[in-house]
Design a binder for this molecule. Structure first.
Ligand SMILES: Cc1cc2nc3c(=O)[nH]c(=O)nc-3n(C[C@H](O)[C@H](O)[C@H](O)COP(=O)(O)OP(=O)(O)OC[C@H]3O[C@@H](n4cnc5c(N)ncnc54)[C@H](O)[C@@H]3O)c2cc1C
Length: 421
């Protein structure tokens, strides 16, 4: 056990004091699951709020192992492998993942626990849909679970509350290259973006929003051919830290980026297209006191209204909405009891944290819930229990957890009364 220290997620809010312990092998996981003390699990800590925070945090530091069954096109890997490792390993075998989120700096355990989605959700669904089997350590010991098992459905998207995910077997698909054919277009309304997303045949699509009248819509698909260039990565220079606290600077940055953005077609490395934010490994330090991300999915008919409502509420609170994006979600059977995506559209926006903001955002959450919005647990740090109402299997999940006698808790799961403290 290490000394208590300040811990936080990717949003750097909230900050808590916690002890860290390390899970280095299966025997550590087995012992941990028998613990009578409450604790939470952490992968790379890329969830934004307090989902992977508690008084005691068990960090996944098991050996990273990957094996490939080429006949079945299945990769089995330890949950501590990052998607970056998995992508590099698969590329060497001319294979790839079918679902990958907007960063590859997360663990496979974290990808399962949040049932993550990518820019191709409409076509490909979620990460959990590609999982064939996994090993989960619970209070009952090591269990091997498949998609029809309740433990599988509770663990995929279950925020790490059912048990420790050990190894995961994932269905992978042939890769024709490691580049993307990309097309970009500037649009002037939420409706125009939605029409473009609905009518395109391209499987990967996302849109960056500068303001209610300026959108940079991007779509793409895998391109044939292999490019040897390495992904550019770097750290922010010190003088950029805290930059996000100044709305004027953010405004200038947004205006400049939008003006300089080129429309038309191009071929780009897959990592630039899929993971643009990974270029800067510490971009979350732009905000001095951290930031809150609001991400919700809602049905098509009310999406535009919900975006306007959110945008205006953030501005009325005297804040600059930053890094706002739109995605299109397809109609899929949810693989996990708490899987986030639902048919319709998804909106994401960052807001710098300042004292009291969590309470100031409550009326907006209430209004969005009235419209049917479901918020993403991976990004949440401010929701109240009643904002979970659009998770239709929430009660099934709670009952499952209670009966399983899991001692895992997180500050988020207690705050949202998914678990009892
Ligand atoms: C820049 C950026 C872009 C992102 N883009 C997307 C996106 O496009 N789509 C999307 O869906 N998400 C996205 N995310 C969110 C991210 O994919 C999820 O938060 C993911 O779960 C983080 O994985 P992690 O390894 O960092 O897990 P952590 O943040 O450490 O933990 C997340 C959850 O997983 C649980 N967990 C971790 N390891 C295990 C384990 N071995 N067993 C059981 N439970 C475990 C934790 O308890 C916690 O509940 C993005 C995040 C960032 C920072």
């Amino acid at each position: 056990m290490e000394k208590r220290s300040e811990q936080y997620g990717w949003g750097r809010f909230p900050r808590v004091s916690a002890e860290q312990i390390r899970v280095e092998n299966a025997s550590d996981a087995e012992t941990l699951m028998q613990s009578e003390e409450h604790f939470c699990l952490m992968g790379k800590g890329r969830s934004y709020g307090d989902q992977a925070l508690y008084d005691t945090i068990a960090i996944n530091e098991t050996k990273t192992v990957m094996t490939l069954d080429t006949e079945q096109s299945e990769l089995t890997c330890s949950s501590s492998c990052t998607l970056r490792m998995v992508n590099a390993f698969l590329q060497a075998h001319k294979l790839r993942l079918n679902v990958s989120p907007g960063t590859e700096e997360i663990t496979v355990g974290g990808a399962v626990a949040n049932d993550v989605h990518g820019k191709n959700h409409f076509d490909a669904g979620t990460f959990g849909e590609t999982v064939v089997q996994m090993e989960v350590y619970t209070v009952n010991g090591r269990e091997i679970v498949k998609p029809d098992d309740s433990l599988f459905r509770a663990t995929v998207g279950g925020g790490g509350l059912t048990g420790w995910i050990g190894s995961v077997t994932i269905r992978v698909i042939p890769a024709i290259g490691n580049q993307f054919d990309v097309s970009r277009k500037k649009l002037n309304s939420v409706d125009a973006v939605m029409q473009e997303m609905i009518n395109t045949a391209m499987p990967y699509k996302a849109c960056w929003m500068k303001d209610l009248h300026s959108f940079l819509y991007t779509e793409g698909d895998w391109s044939r051919g292999w490019d040897d260039s390495k992904a550019k990565r770097g750290k922010l220079r010190h003088h950029y830290f805290g930059w996000g606290s100044n709305p004027t600077v953010l405004n200038v940055f947004d205006r400049r980026t939008y003006r300089k953005a080129k429309e038309g077609r191009s071929v780009e490395p897959a990592h630039t297209f899929l993971y643009p934010l990974d270029r800067w490994e510490d971009w979350n330090r732009l905000y001095p006191k951290g930031f809150i991300q609001i991400q919700f999915a809602v049905r098509t008919e009310v999406f535009e209204e919900c975006v306007h409502l959110t945008w205006n509420a953030i501005q009325e609170a005297g804040c600059h909405p930053f890094l706002a994006t739109i995605k299109h979600f397809g109609k899929r059977e949810p693989i996990g009891m708490l899987s986030f995506p639902r048919e319709g559209f998804c909106f994401t926006v960052d807001i710098r944290y300042k004292s009291g903001r969590e309470e100031a955002l409550q009326p907006l959450h209430d209004k969005l819930v009235e419209k049917g919005a479901r918020f993403y647990l991976a990004k949440d740090s401010v929701m109240k229990p009643h904002h979970m109402v659009h998770y239709p299997e929430l009660n099934t999940f709670k009952t499952y957890l209670k009966e399983s006698k899991s001692t895992i808790r997180s500050h988020q799961s207690n705050r949202l009364r998914i678990t009892e403290p």
